[in-house]
Design a protein. Structure first.
Length: 265
């Protein structure tokens, strides 16, 4: 570009001089600097693996680990003593057996996608937290777990960070997407496990994204630690961990589950 001296100049500035100063980039210059060829931004490898999606929610994707398909609880154990899970399997669903306690997966997971369906009985009684209470602990450790709450939130008032689809006592759901008792509810969850430094301190927190009946209810929220009913969450170093389903001690009729699968990420 041509510059005119800042000194006072007594001559006449001609149109040609202005043209030299203000001349734009040529079309050729623009093309070479701002418009790369399409093939310069095309990526061809690595090619993503092929996964066959399920034709319905009852059919897991081809790369999923099926945790419950309506037939047995072979993928689950008692959280209390690691003996075979004793919840009741009938007619393609599993129903909580409260006296036998929580159950958890035989396998441990780090990052995963989870699909799980649950149903509050149509004749449920009780109010608040005493109404179809359970929970999905997305990772359970000896010092606690991270709970996505299950409870009847259809015309049932309770504290919002304890209603269905809350990260219990930490994040209320963005919306209430609850169907009425007797209808099946669906959770689809992306779990990113926390990571820890060599000294046991936190490196990166856990993250949860969750959909309730197809509606976004938790949008990549960063957890501050394991779930606590009293006090504030905190972290303790752990590695891959089982998924746990809660047998809550409320007095209402037990809830049921079906079509549970996970995809390792």
């Amino acid at each position: 570009m041509t510059f005119i001296s800042s000194k006072i100049w007594s001559g006449t500035i001609t149109c040609s001089m202005i043209a030299i100063v203000a001349a734009p980039l040529s079309a050729q210059q623009k093309t070479s600097t701002a418009n790369p060829r399409p093939e310069e931004t095309e990526v061809w490898t690595p090619v993503p693996a092929i996964v066959t999606p399920g034709v319905t929610d009852a059919v897991a994707p081809s790369d999923a680990i099926v945790l419950f398909d309506g037939r047995n609880l072979d993928e689950w154990v008692s959280a209390r003593d690691k003996s075979p899970a004793k919840w009741v399997v009938a007619n393609g669903v599993v129903t909580v057996n409260k006296p036998s306690g929580d159950i958890q997966t035989r396998r441990s997971f780090s990052n995963y996608q989870l699909h799980i369906e649950w149903r509050v009985p149509a004749d449920i009684t009780g109010t608040g937290q005493e109404r179809g209470n359970s929970g999905v602990f997305l990772a359970t450790t000896p010092v606690g777990g991270y709970e996505l709450q299950i409870v009847d939130s259809y015309n049932n008032k309770t504290y919002v960070n304890g209603q269905a689809a809350s990260v219990y006592k930490e994040y209320a759901p963005l919306v209430n997407a609850m169907r009425k008792p007797g209808d099946w509810q669906t959770y689809d969850v992306i779990w990113t496990a926390p990571t820890f430094k060599g000294d046991g301190s936190l490196a990166t927190p856990a993250y949860v994204t969750a959909f309730h009946n197809g509606v976004l209810v938790q949008n990549h929220v960063a957890l501050t630690g394991v779930t606590k009913n009293e006090g504030t969450p905190d972290y303790h170093k752990h590695g891959p961990a089982p998924i746990l389903l809660q047998a809550h001690g409320d007095k209402s009729a037990p809830i049921s589950f079906r079509n549970i699968w996970a995809r390792v990420l």
